[in-house]
Design a protein around this ligand. Structure first.
Ligand code: BEZ
Length: 341
C-alpha cells in the first residue's frame, strides 16, 4: 500500500479588491553603528503603539513579512496600527555590498540602533514582531528598554549563544555547504528543504542569487556570534511585557523547537498566526472581541500558554483548546502565550 505522506500546504488568502496595501515610505537614519533603513506603512494611531518588525537572516522585511502583513484577515488588525519594518544594515533592497573589512554590528549593536529609529519617528512604544535573529534583536532591545515595549511576538527565537557542540557542527557543515545552504538550513527544516516545494524553490532562489550575499553572510556571522540573552526565571533578566512565542511544528522534538525550529510560520501559516496575534492583542486590550471575524472565531487553534521563556527552555503548558467557544484568551498582562504552527 502506498505510504501516506504529510504535505505542508501554504495558507493563501490574498487581499480583497477593496483591500489595497497602504502606501509605504522608506527612511534611513544614522546611528552610532552605521545607518539603518526602515519602511513605514500606515499612519500613527493615537494611544496605540507602533508594530515594529525585525526579519531573520537571509531575508529582508519584505521577504520575511509580506505574506503575513498582506494576508487578507490580517488587514482588520493592522489597519489599527502604524507599522515600522526595519531592515538589518545591508539587507534593504538595492543595498550596496559593504567594503572588505567592514565591521558588521553585533546583534546587540543592531538592537541598540532601534532607539534611533523610534526617536526619528517620534514613536514612544512598540509591539515588536521578530523572526529568528530578529526575535533575538527585539528581545535584547526589550531587555534594555522595557518601558518602550508593550508586547513581543517572537517567532523561532533561540535565546542562547552557540555551545561548543553547535560550533563544531557548524564548522563541519561549513566544510561541505555553501552560505546559502547553511542559511536555508537555519530557516527551514530538512524535511521542508528536501520536499523542495515552490516556497522552498522561491527562497532558495532569492538567497542564492542575492546581489548582497556578502552582506547576508555578515549578518549570519553576527547571528552565530550572539551571546546568551540570559533570561532568568523569576530573576532580574526577564521580559517585562506580554510575549507571544511562536514555534514551527516542523521540529523533531521540543528542545529543538526552542533552539532552531526551522519552518517559517509567517510564510506558511499566516492565517493561524493572524488569529493568534489577534488573541494576543485582545489580551493586551487592543482588539475588542467584536472585531473578530466569524471565520476566526470558528477556526480551530492550538494555543498554549507558558509561564516564562528562559535559557533552560522550561515551559509549562496550561492551555490547549479549540477557539470554537470563543473563549481563548492570552491571559493576564505580563503573560507569555505560546503558539505552535
Ligand atoms: C504592511 O502593510 O505593514 C506591509 C505591507 C507589505 C509588506 C510588509 C508589510
Amino acid at each position: 500500500m502506498a505510504e501516506l505522506q504529510e504535505v505542508q500546504i501554504t495558507e493563501e488568502k490574498p487581499l480583497l479588491p477593496g483591500q489595497t496595501p497602504e502606501a509605504a515610505k522608506t527612511h534611513s537614519v544614522e546611528t552610532p553603528y552605521g545607518s539603518v533603513t526602515f519602511t513605514v506603512y500606515g499612519t500613527p494611531k493615537p494611544k496605540r503603539p507602533a508594530i515594529l518588525t525585525y526579519h531573520d537572516v537571509g531575508l529582508n522585511y519584505k521577504s520575511c513579512f509580506q505574506p503575513l502583513f498582506q494576508f487578507g484577515d490580517m488587514q482588520e488588525i493592522i489597519q489599527n496600527f502604524v507599522r515600522v519594518h526595519v531592515d538589518a544594515p545591508g539587507m534593504e533592497e538595492g543595498a550596496p555590498v559593504f567594503p572588505l573589512g567592514y565591521q558588521y554590528p553585533s546583534l546587540d549593536q543592531l538592537a541598540d540602533m532601534i532607539p534611533c529609529v523610534l526617536q526619528y519617528l517620534n514613536f514612544s512604544t512598540v509591539i515588536g514582531v521578530g523572526v529568528g535573529a530578529g526575535a533575538y534583536i527585539l528581545s535584547r532591545y526589550a531587555l534594555n528598554h522595557p518601558d518602550t515595549v508593550e508586547g513581543l511576538v517572537l517567532i523561532n527565537i533561540d535565546p542562547n549563544a552557540k555551545g561548543w557542540m553547535d560550533w563544531a557542527a557548524h564548522k563541519l557543515t561549513g566544510l561541505t555547504s555553501s552560505i546559502p545552504e547553511m542559511i536555508l538550513g537555519h530557516l527551514f527544516s530538512q524535511e521542508e528543504l528536501s520536499g523542495n516545494s515552490e516556497l522552498i524553490q522561491k527562497y532558495r532562489n532569492i538567497i542564492t542569487h542575492a546581489p548582497n550575499l556578502d552582506n547576508i553572510e555578515l549578518y549570519w556571522n553576527s547571528y552565530n556570534n550572539r551571546r546568551d540573552l540570559n533570561f532568568e526565571r523569576g530573576g532580574d533578566i526577564t521580559l517585562k511585557c506580554p510575549v507571544m512565542l511562536v514555534v514551527g511544528d516542523q521540529a523533531p522534538h521540543e528542545d529543538a523547537v526552542m533552539a532552531d525550529s526551522g519552518g517559517q510560520p509567517q510564510l506558511t501559516q499566516p492565517g493561524k498566526l493572524t488569529e493568534a496575534f489577534k488573541y494576543f492583542l485582545q489580551g493586551m486590550g487592543y482588539m475588542a472581541s467584536s472585531c473578530m471575524t466569524r471565520l476566526s472565531r470558528s477556526r480551530t487553534a492550538s494555543l498554549t500558554s507558558a509561564a516564562s521563556i528562559d535559557g533552560n527552555r522550561s515551559r509549562s503548558r496550561t492551555l490547549s483548546q479549540s477557539s470554537e467557544s470563543g473563549t481563548l484568551s492570552s491571559g493576564p498582562p505580563g503573560h507569555t502565550m505560546e503558539v505552535s504552527c
